[in-house]
Design a protein around this ligand. Sequence first.
Ligand code: GAP
Length: 468
Amino acid sequence: MPNPQPSLDQITALCKRRGFIFPTSEIYGGLHNCYDYGPLGAVLLRNIRNLWWDEFITKRDDMVGLDSQIILHPQTWVSSGHVTAFTDPLVEDKVTHKRYRADHLIEAWLAKHAEEPKWQDFVVENLDNEQMAEFIKKHSIKSPEGNEVTEPKDFNILFESAIGAVTGEKSKVYLRGETAQGIFTNFKQVVDSTRVKLPFGIGQIGKSFRNEITTGQFTFRTLEFEQAEIEYFFDPEQQDWQQLFKQWQTQMWKFVNETLGVDADNLRWRQHTDQERSHYSKDTYDLDYRYSFGWKELWGIAYRTNYDLKQHSKHADQNLEYIDPQTNKKFFPHAIEPAVGVNRLALMVLTDAYWQDTANKRTVLKLKPNLAPYQVAVFPLLKNKPKLVEQAKTVYDHLKNHLAATWDERGNIGKRYLYQDEIGTPFCITIDFDTLDDESVTVRDRDTTKQERVKISQLEKYFQTKLG
Ligand code: GAP
């Protein structure tokens, strides 16, 4: 059985208390759906990014990386279809004029009626705007303020900006709504400048922006977020897309379950309905995670066919076809796209690792050591004993060349353990009076709280085994 899921309030409070995630610009009252990552959150994000890059780019011979711009030529978004089709169904509170997503209001209503068998298999994603309007009317669904809402209308969520400093001479641009378009627009340059041959993929990590209207899901859905996306190009006459699609699904599951250590009971696959599938996709699945607020999309995989390369070829009047080096066959490769949000991965690992250890009256983040901001914490038993501090510093200075190590001398040992448990540090090392005689230290395991004595000279080897 997986741990009982923590509430979102528990996660949010721990993130703020321990410096993982803060509401952005809090001194000015914050900004809706925007968050900053504190000292520990920044390391957690970096660890996730590095693991993703390592597994999907560095270690694969069929993948290359990319770092394209946030601001692309505005025509990109016309060609890709985002200017017309990148929309959310919005309603407006008739009194306060606040806007809400129609599908989210219906989801909240369904959550309240979850016990009724009639609604258990109901899929909101199957409804178009007209059907949502009918549903809202029939069930008298109100805004969170309790007022009537208008009928759903499509609202484009691309983020507009402008190039140019002089009013009247500014030209409209978009902050990218997905990193994927930078991959498609660079496809030909990557083929021409490197030694890639089909099948191969291009991956990149970077910020994307969407004018999202949501409330109360912490970092799950934000205006600014980071995506890690792959376009895997292949010749559909040479390879069966369904087989490739399945292989990618296996890789995605493995990354979440094994590399990030997330409980498989909290993961599931869900196929998109025809109604909800994006305009560019022939088939889409979501790898869902059981967040504190229910099963939600963590990572999508779509079969984008050759839609994007063809669109850009047509609109840019450039031939983006691939020429097979063996047969000279010219064609637009098809693409399978595994696309994940780094922030959703972070919220998932924080949720999955959260453990209320009632027996020991403590809160623990059981993060895998490859994710933990610190892998070991080093303490002198007492901070006012120079000999202990000096010995502890020697151990710390040595270990930090090999591991993510932190120093702590505040408060008593018990408090230091509780603090390190809450930030997910797998091991704590205490240098005490015996150390001065026997050159051994006490190593305490975060999850079991068991302690053992280890020789200082053996520490590096000990952690190599323990941390992998
Ligand atoms: N290129 C395809 C694409 O962008 P998507 O399902 O819209 O597909 C991919 O986004 C992933 O990006 C999602 O599975 C999710 O993890 C993340 N994501 C999307 N919108 C987000 C938002 N507003 N805040 C945080 N993460 C988001």
